[in-house]
Design a protein around this ligand. Structure first.
Ligand code: DAH
Length: 338
């Protein structure tokens, strides 16, 4: 019988296809092709109605057998694919250590800045923000540095379009805050400053400063000393030695530069302190009454102190970094060490 031959041929192709299917997707394609609603077997069953009456049972049984064989084979094949998958999972050694994801950490400069701010915050100073793009008024005039003043030289400045400049010191914050807020004031600010210096191991055209100041009735130089000593002990250690050297700043009177005894050599003299035994860490003084006049605070009623320090320098001293450029090159081999 021709029809049976045809069906046998179809059976052979179907079983071969199923056996050779390489994965669950291919197996599913074969299932749809043979057993699906519009599949080969379904078509064959539908075709029974055209078969001669006497042959119908034989043909019907034959097709049913093929259908069964295909169904069983697909089920077996599916089972073996799933077992393989399971085995692959079980072969994973769940006791192996995981892959550690590298997480970043703070840049040493930012860490230094945050550590310093944190200490002053605990002493009652309030951290504020202040702009980097400034005017001559805030960077110079209001800080008692008129145009022909020789100390403008020490604050070499980048000028930008529209009469603005990049601040060359964070002391601008004193004016920004005092013109809008009245005493008592206890303020701390950290941020970038810019100076067109030739870049070398100790100079960068951009660096970080911290500015702090306190204004109230009866603030004295001893308050400044107390605050700075408190800070130095907290940051550099209880045994730190500190000295105030008379200096000149246009915005403070009297002014001082503050040194700490070199913590590398203990004051004996070494490379880090250039054999001086002392490290300069900041400038400070009593706020010049002329500044109060600029910001309309009564100098006969209020006094205050101010101080400013370079964060880069403190960071370099603290971590033994001998070239400021390392702080800005972002070489991960350097940064990983902190
Ligand atoms: N602004 C000074 C500088 O850039 C640092 C400074 C000195 C700030 C004395 C002060 C101060 O507040 O009182 O070198």
């Amino acid at each position: 019988m021709k029809l049976l031959e045809k069906l046998k041929g179809m059976e052979k192709t179907a079983l071969k296809e199923i056996i050779e299917s390489a994965n669950l997707d291919e197996l599913e394609t074969s299932r749809v092709k043979y057993l699906g609603r519009k599949g080969v077997i379904t078509d064959a069953i539908k075709g029974i109605k055209n078969v001669a009456k006497k042959d119908k049972p034989r043909v019907g049984q034959f097709i049913n057998k093929i259908k069964q064989k295909i169904t069983v084979l697909i089920a077996e094949k599916e089972c073996s694919f799933r077992e393989e998958e399971q085995a692959r999972f079980e072969n994973d050694d769940v006791t192996l250590p995981g892959i550690r994801r590298e997480i970043g950490h703070k840049h040493p400069l930012i860490k230094t800045m945050e550590d310093i701010i944190e200490i002053f915050t605990r002493m009652g100073f309030k951290p504020v923000d202040s702009p980097e793009v400034e005017t001559e008024f805030y960077n110079f005039e209001a800080l008692n540095i008129p145009e022909d003043h020789p100390s403008r030289e020490t604050f070499h400045t980048f000028y930008v379009e529209g009469g603005h400049l990049l601040r060359s010191q964070t002391s601008t914050t004193q004016i920004r805050i005092m013109e809008r807020h009245k005493p008592p004031l206890q303020i701390i600010h950290a941020g970038k400053v810019y100076r067109p210096d030739a870049v070398d191991a100790s100079h960068s055209f951009m660096f970080y400063q911290i500015e702090g100041f306190m204004v109230d009735e009866g603030i004295a130089f001893s308050d400044l000393k107390g605050v700075l000593e408190g800070f130095a002990k907290e940051y550099f250690g209880e045994d730190v030695k500190m000295r105030f050297r008379p200096h000149y700043f246009p915005f403070t009177e009297p002014s001082a530069e503050v040194d700490i005894a070199c913590f590398i050599c203990g004051g004996k003299g070494c490379r880090v302190c250039s054999y001086k035994g002392w490290l300069e860490i900041l400038g400070a003084g009593m706020i010049n009454p002329r500044i109060f006049e600029f910001v309309k605070i009564d100098p006969s009623k209020y006094t205050g102190f101010a101080f400013g320090m370079g964060i880069d320098r403190i960071c370099m001293l603290k971590y033994g970094i001998d070239d400021i450029r390392l702080l800005y090159e972002n070489d991960v081999r350097f940064l990983r060490q902190f």
